[in-house]
Design a protein around this ligand. Sequence first.
Ligand code: UDX
Ligand code: UDX
Ligand code: ADP
Length: 456
Amino acid sequence: MVKICCIGAGYVGGPTMAVIAYKCPDIEVAVVDISVPRISAWNSDQLPIYEPGLDDVVKHCRCKNLFFSTDVEKHVFEADIVFVSVNTPTKTRGLGAGKAADLTYWESAARMIADVSKSDKIVVEKSTVPVKTAEAIEKILTHNSKGINYQILSNPEFLAEGTAIQDLFNPDRVLIGGRETPEGYKAVKALKDVYSHWVPEDRILTTNLWSAELSKLAANAFLAQRISSVNAMSALCEATGADVSQVAYAVGTDSRIGPKFLNASVGFGGSCFQKDILNLVYICECNGLPEVAEYWKQVIKINDYQKSRFVNRIVSSMFNTVANKKVAILGFAFKKDTGDTRETPAIDVCQGLLGDKAQLSIYDPQPMSPTTKKKVHCVWDAYEATKDAHAVCILTEWDEFKKLDFQRIYDNMQKPAFVFDGRNVVDANKLREIGFIVYSIGKPLDAWLKDLPAVA
Ligand code: UDX
Ligand code: UDX
Ligand code: ADP
């Protein structure tokens, strides 16, 4: 029986391994983590991450061929294939601070693998890492190898949160990069055999190591760039009277462009886009390519601009002050169907409003982390959040916000009552009929907003 061990039981490692175990009953999968509470949660009824469909997959295989454990060394020792899916945050200090990826967790995982291994292993990079990380890892492993053979593969994960299980069941592609040597090809084939349990052959792409590593950064940069492009257009739409949804639809019907991922928003968030672009920028700079670095930096600058533009709209609409006004924040997660708030645009918007002394009342359908709760006032209900508020800001596109009783919300708010829709989820015209002043990203402006001085 092939044995797989995955180091890191996070948003990527957990769901990915659960699906491998589900689709490959002949493979034993162990997910290990140094965090005791995280592993206990994976072994309980309350999984540590919220992901539609995940519960069923985990319940189906847990304790059969899927195990969650803190005994990292035992499972690495026993495994044929070791996935490494540890966190790679942006460095906060030292060389490359603010841009480069922090590989501390990666390095310590690699050293531990070298320490405990007594048999040949395939080591798979799963977390997004800077290009050429595989080379560094290879060096750590081979310099400590005690005669053991290691093959390093890059197998970046393309799942998106909120749709992880769907993405894993039916991926656009699986990418496997390896050394172009006989041993390298053999290792690639071994990993391909795992995925071919359920992924059609033609969707399993094999490349060299560096292409696989760079493809992941490139894919995230292209995706983020689409959002910054449409968001940049949204500002121009507001200035000209065009409607960004109509423009995006018209642009997206060109088959060379495609219709997906063109929703204007308050800005992109999540643990990947900003981190990976910063990383890409750093790699470009290190390789003497400042023009290329500058090009990608612009994607982040527009994203920051979009968030501050939104805050400025709110403040300027409300007579240039939100001091001591209750403002309801609906949605805090970086997108719908996830409890994840890493790098969520809501953080910047809330900080902007707090800077202007607003009193925030936040509601998100998913429970908020204790740290967030400590800093802001969170409530369990959208009606509670909006009661006596001057304004409602929608920052996540949760489906339930579309079904809210806005008449009831309006009746309980201060007047004039404002709605700032950062995700274009509500029917603005219906809300206007009720009496709200409505701002929707990239849509023709209400007379109220039009008469205000332009914001930037
Ligand atoms: C373009 C638009 O495609 C068309 O929809 C619009 O109406 C007019 O402008 P055109 O300029 O005729 O059409 O040619 P196009 O095929 O778009 O190519 C433009 C340039 O981009 C060419 O120099 C082409 O070589 C280059 N190109 C195109 C690339 O370098 N790489 C590509 O992948 C595609
Ligand atoms: C992303 C990539 O999609 C995934 O392939 C990669 O593996 C990890 O990073 P994720 O961050 O989970 O996944 O979510 P995604 O759906 O890409 O959304 C990222 C951000 O962009 C969210 O804040 C979302 O609200 C925003 N977004 C997305 C828009 O503002 N408009 C869109 O049209 C799409
Ligand atoms: P991602 O979104 O990439 O999955 P997460 O932060 O959700 O990232 O998960 C990474 C996990 O890796 C965390 O649960 C962390 O405790 C774990 N981890 C980090 N370093 C190690 C290590 N050396 N050994 C085992 N687990 C580790």
